[in-house]
Design a protein around this ligand. Sequence first.
Ligand code: NAD
Length: 255
Amino acid sequence: MSVTAVTGSASGIGAAVCQQLREAGHTVIGIDRQQAEVVADLSTPQGRNDAVAKVLELSGGKLDGLVCCAGLGVTAPSASLVTSVNYFGSTELIEQLHPALAQGTNPAITVIGSVAASQMAAQPHPMTELMLSNDEEAARKAADEADGPHIAYAASKYALTVHCRRLAVKTGSTGVRLNIVAPGAVETPLHEASKNDPRFGEAVKNFVAPIGRNGEPSEIADAVSFLQSKQASFVHGSILFVDGGMDSMMRNGGF
Ligand code: NAD
C-alpha cells in the first residue's frame, strides 16, 4: 500500500487531500500543529526535524508520496512566520524526506504554491533570493521589514515555486517526481480569515476569478491526487494553476 505524508493535514486543502488519498487507498501520515498523526511545528528547524523523524518512524524509512500543504496567509501573526512555514517548512521537509521517497514506489511530491507567486514573477522581491540561498534568519528579517505580510506571502510562494522547479531538474534521475499546484482563491479557513481582515478583506473579496467563483478544497485535492498518481508519470517540474483563470487574467501578455 502506498504511504504518503501530508503537511497541513488538519484543515482546508490539506484535509481534502488526505481524504481523497485515503479514499484512493493510500496510507496517509498527516503532519500538523494539531489533530494529526505527527504533531509538529513546521515554523522551526527543531519542529521540522521532529516531524521528519516521526514520519520516518511511522513509514519505516520508505515513503511513496509527500504533499506539502501547510501554510499561513496574510493574517498570520508575523511576516517572518509566513516565510518560515510557507518556504522553509516545505523545502526542509522535501530535502530531509527525499532519501525515503527515492526508495518508494512511483514516488511523487506535490507542493502547494499559490497564484499569488505570479505577482512576483516580473520583479521578485529581494527576500526571495534570501530564501533561495537558504538563509532563514535574513529572509525572516527582510519579511518583517517589508511593506506588509502580503509581500512575504507572495515572496514565499514565488521562492518555493522557483526552488521546486530547480530541484526537479537536479533530482529527476532519482525517480521522485516533483510538481507544484498553484491554487487561486479557495474557500478555506485561511481564505475566510483574509476576507475578514480589515486591511485586505475588500481587495480579497473583489478579486474574483474569470470563472466567477472561488474554488473548493476538493477541487485542489483533485489536482493533487492526479499529480500523485501513476496517470501523471511524465509530469515533473510543472506548475499546475488551479485558479479559475486568475493567472491568465493577471498575466496574459505571454506565457
Ligand atoms: P488552512 O488554514 O485551512 O490550512 C493550513 C494548515 O496548515 C492548517 O491545518 C494549519 O494548522 C497548518 N499549519 C500552519 N502553520 C503550521 C505550522 N507552523 N506547523 C504545522 N502546520 C501548520 O489553509 P488552506 O487554505 O487549506 O491552505 C493550504 C495551503 O494552500 C497553504 O500553503 C496556502 O498558502 C495555500 N493556498 C491557499 C489558498 C486559499 O485561497 N485558501 C490559495 C492559494 C494557496
